[in-house]
Design a protein around this ligand. Sequence first.
Ligand SMILES: O=C(O)C(=O)C[C@]1(C(=O)O)C=C[C@@H](O)C=C1
Length: 315
Amino acid sequence: MSRPDDGPQVPRYTYLGPEGTFTEAALRQVPGVENAECIPAGSVITALAAVRAGTADYAMVPIENSVEGGVSATLDDIAEGEPLQILREVLVPISFVLVGRREMELSEVRSVATHTHGWAQVRNWAAEHIPQAEFIPASSTAGGARGLLDPDTTYDAAVCAPLVAAQTGLPVLASAIEDTAGAVTRFVLVSRPGALPVPTGSDKTTVVVPLSEDRPGALMEILDQFSTRGINLSRIESRPTGAGLGSYFFSIDLEGHLGEERVSAALAGLYRLIPGIRFLGSYPRADHRRYEVREHTTDQAYRAGQAWVQEILNR
Ligand SMILES: O=C(O)C(=O)C[C@]1(C(=O)O)C=C[C@@H](O)C=C1
């Protein structure tokens, strides 16, 4: 409960920690975060749970990587349970270093800790340069690296962001070890549901659509709602619901904002088809890229169509 002497409330941001994760780098891009309280979480699930429980106002979590694809922990967690809302997206370029518990030759590295998504992005390099090394899954890239500071840690090395090497002083055994140069991870800032950010003309909308019926044409009916309204999808992924083989939901990002007629018409159409649809937010694109809205699907075209129908009904 707030008391008169509490002063202004500082927003509380949680993120996949500890210090030095790529998720923290994403959080640092949010304007005003330097004056906020930042609370590292041990996992994506605990970060999202803190927002649901109200112990944090916002959570920054990874959602997809340009090489490794969707981050299942995030996609699955925001698809069910207490609803959450995406407020913005943030892109972070990804490059990795190999740090060691001490200076050593690559041939001496017997075990390497990192996040599974990090390992997936360096596995070809690892197969070539440290084929003898065993992969040890860590809660995050920075978590794996910081573990090396503990004298009781049994693994030899970790794959992490160059920043963590600078923060910890751990020796860098190899740099730029990513298999694909120019990789990018996309993060989302989520809160409990509230007002939508205003449309900017360069927005994305994220929805979760359960595939309720396993029959021919079910996916086509979903896609039809978008294609007839000239809406481009920037991501569509199927994820298992966990209810058994063959039970899926689609996680979809589309170009546009719910405040635009063609998007609201498409989502209303989808709701009629699949009432279990979940709206996860309309928010500005991180790359500010503007998309083409075809002439017959602009707000103006929709309003002209509605006015024409109304005029007939008013006769
Ligand atoms: O471990 C980290 O540093 C994270 O922020 C997590 C994460 C991910 O989940 O994809 C983020 C970016 C990289 O692609 C590797 C790992």
